[in-house]
Design a protein around this ligand. Structure first.
Ligand code: 5AD
Ligand code: SF4
Length: 461
C-alpha cells in the first residue's frame, strides 16, 4: 500500500481555510530541546503553517516540554492552562504538548484526564508522525496521543526552521546511558545513540553554506560519541573533521562528561582553530561521597586533574560547570567541599540548581532529602562565591585581544551590542563601531559581569 503523505493532506485542509495559519512552538529546557523545537517548526512549515514568536492569536501552539526539574514542569502546566479560553473561542485552534515531560506516565495521564482542551500529546520520538496526528485530529475531531516506546530521538532528514540567524545547533547524538541518580533524562530520552558522522558533516556543510557563523555540536555526553557505530570514530576525530570544513565559522560543543573527557579531546580543541577555547564540564558536586551517590564515576581530584590538564594544553581556556546543591544526604561538609572546588576550579560561569526530586530516579527514593530552606541558603552562598570568581576571571582577560561573534544575544545596555568571545566571555561594544558578525576586539575593561571591548579596525590588524 502506498504511504499516505499526511503533510500534503494537512496542507490541502489548510488551503481550504481562509487566512494565514500561524503556529508557535514554545520550547523549555536545554539546547537539545531547542534543536528538537526547530525541527517541529520545520515540520509545521511544511504543512503550511507560518511560524510566529508568540502564542497570542496563534492557530497552533506546541509546548515542547522539559522534565529535568519540577519548576519547568509547573510552568508548562501554567502556560498550557492560560490557553484554555483562547481554545474555547477558536474551534480551529490546536494545542499540542510534546517532549520529555509527556514521556512520564503520570504526566501523560494528567494531560489526558485534566486538560481536555489539549488536542495532541506526543513523545520525544513521535515528531515525524506529527502531520499524521494533526490530520487525524482535524478530520476525526478527536484527541490524539502518541507516546509509548520508541527510539528516543528525532529521526534523520526532518526539515528544520532555524530560530537564530547566526548560530546553529547540530545534534550529534541522542539519549543518555549514564544514569546519574538524580536525572530523568535517560528515562525520558532513552538510550544513547550516535548519528552517523557522514550525516553530521553533511548537515554542518549545509549550515556553513547557509551563512551561519557558529555551530554547536550537541549531545548529553558528547565525549562518548561514536559508541555503537560500525565505523569507529571518537568525538575528538569528529571535531577535527568539522573543523576541516572550509568557511568563516566557529565551533562549540556541549555537554562533556568528566569521566569521558580525554587528553585527545583537549588536544583537538587546541589544534582546531575554529573550535572555541571553551569547555562546559559539569562537575555537579565537590564531595566525593555525593559524587559517588550521584553515580558520576569520577572524584573531585580527578576533576581537578582534568581542569589543570585543560589549562596546560589550551591557552586562555575557560571552563564552565553545572552544580547541584541539596542532593539527598548532602551535609554541610559536603557542601563546603563544593565551595572549595569552586575556588580551585575557577569556572568562568556556572549553572547552579537546587536538587529537584524526579519520579522514577534512584535519588528520589534516597533517605535524607534536604529541606528547601537549607538548599536555598547553600545555593545563595555558592552563587555569591561564583559571582566573585566570574568577575575575577573577566578581569584577568583585560588587556587581551580576541575574536568576538557579535549577535546581540545578551542585553548589555542602550547603545551597546553584545557578543561572545572565542573564550565564551560576554563582551560588549558601542553599536556605532560594529555590526553583527565576527570582529577583532581589544578587551579594554571589566564590567564584572562582562567586558568592554574596543573594536580593532581591519587596517590595524
Ligand atoms: N535536580 C536539579 N538539577 C538537575 N540537573 C539534572 N537533573 C537535576 C535534578 N533532578 C541539572 C544537572 C545537569 C543539568 C542539565 O541539569 O546539573 O547537568
Ligand atoms: Fe542526566 Fe547524567 Fe545523562 Fe547528563 S550525563 S543527561 S546529568 S544522566
Amino acid at each position: 500500500m502506498p504511504e499516505i503523505n499526511f503533510t500534503e493532506k494537512v496542507r490541502e485542509l489548510l488551503s481550504k481555510r481562509e487566512g494565514v495559519h500561524t503556529a508557535f512552538v514554545h520550547t523549555y529546557g536545554c539546547q537539545q530541546n531547542f534543536s528538537d523545537g526547530e525541527k517541529l517548526e520545520g515540520i509545521l512549515e511544511q504543512m503550511g503553517y507560518t511560524i510566529v514568536d508568540s502564542a497570542e492569536g496563534a492557530e497552533f501552539v506546541i509546548f515542547n516540554t522539559c522534565a529535568i526539574r519540577e519548576n519547568a514542569e509547573k510552568r508548562v502546566f501554567g502556560n498550557v492552562g492560560i490557553l484554555k479560553k483562547a481554545h474555547e473561542e477558536n474551534p480551529d485552534m490546536i494545542i499540542a504538548v510534546c517532549g520529555c515531560m509527556v514521556q512520564q506516565e503520570h504526566i501523560a495521564k494528567k494531560f489526558r484526564q485534566s486538560y481536555p482542551f489539549v488536542d495532541i500529546v506526543f513523545g520525544t520520538h513521535a515528531a515525524p508522525r506529527l502531520p499524521e496526528l494533526v490530520y487525524k485530529h482535524i478530520t476525526a475531531k478527536k484527541r490524539q496521543f502518541d507516546i509509548g516506546e520508541g527510539e528516543g530521538c528525532m529521526a534523520e532528514y526532518l526539515p528544520i526552521h532555524r530560530d537564530d540567524d547566526m548560530k546553529a545547533n547540530l545534534p550529534i547524538m541522542h539519549g543518555c546511558d549514564n544514569f546519574c541518580t538524580y536525572c530523568v533524562v535517560p528515562l525520558v530520552r532513552g538510550r544513547e545513540k550516535s548519528r552517523l558522522p557522514e550525516n553530521i558533516l553533511a548537515e554542518a556543510r549545509e549550515i556553513v553554506a547557509a551563512g551561519y557563523k557558529e555551530i554547536t555540536l550537541l549531545g548529553q555526553n558528547v565525549n562518548s560519541y561514536g559508541k555503537g557505530l560500525e565505523n569507529k570514530i571518537t568525538f575528538a576525530e569528529l571535531l577535527r573533521e568539522v573543523n576541516a570544513i572550509p568557511g568563516d565559522f566557529r565551533i562549540k560543543f556541549m555537554t562533556s562528561h568528566p569521566k569521558d573527557c580525554t587528553r585527545e579531546l583537549l588536544e583537538a580543541i587546541r589544534d582546531c582553530e575554529k573550535v572555541c577555547n571553551y569547555i562546559h564540564l559539569p562537575v555537579q558536586s565537590g564531595s566525593n561521597d555525593v559524587l559517588h551517590r550521584m553515580n558520576r564515576r569520577y572524584t573531585a581530584e580527578h576533576y581537578m586533574e582534568l581542569v589543570d590538564m585543560a589549562r596546560e594544553i589550551i591557552p586562555d581556556v575557560t571552563i564552565t560547570s553545572d552544580l547541584i546543591v541539596g542532593f539527598p544526604g548532602e551535609t554541610e561538609e559536603d557542601f563546603e567541599a563544593t565551595m572549595e572546588l569552586s575556588r580551585k576550579a575557577r569556572w568562568s560561569m556556572t549553572y547552579s540548581f537546587i536538587y529537584s526530586k524526579r519520579e522514577g530516579t534512584k535519588a528520589a527514593v534516597m533517605e535524607d532529602q534536604i529541606p528547601h530552606d537549607v538548599s536555598s541558603n547553600r545555593f545563595q552562598r555558592l552563587l555569591d562565591l561564583q559571582t566573585e570568581i566570574s568577575h575575577e576571571i573577566n578581569a584577568s582577560f583585560v588587556g587581551k585581544t580576541t575574536t568576538v561573534l557579535f549577535d546581540d544575544e545578551v542585553d548589555v545596555g542602550e547603545g551597546y551590542i553584545s557578543g561572545r568571545s572565542y573564550e565564551n566571555l560576554v563582551v560588549r561594544a558601542p553599536r556605532t563601531d560594529v555590526q553583527k558578525g565576527f570582529a577583532k576586539v581589544y578587551l579594554k575593561e571589566s564590567l564584572g559581569w562582562a567586558l568592554d571591548g574596543e573594536i580593532i579596525k581591519t587596517e590595524e590588524i
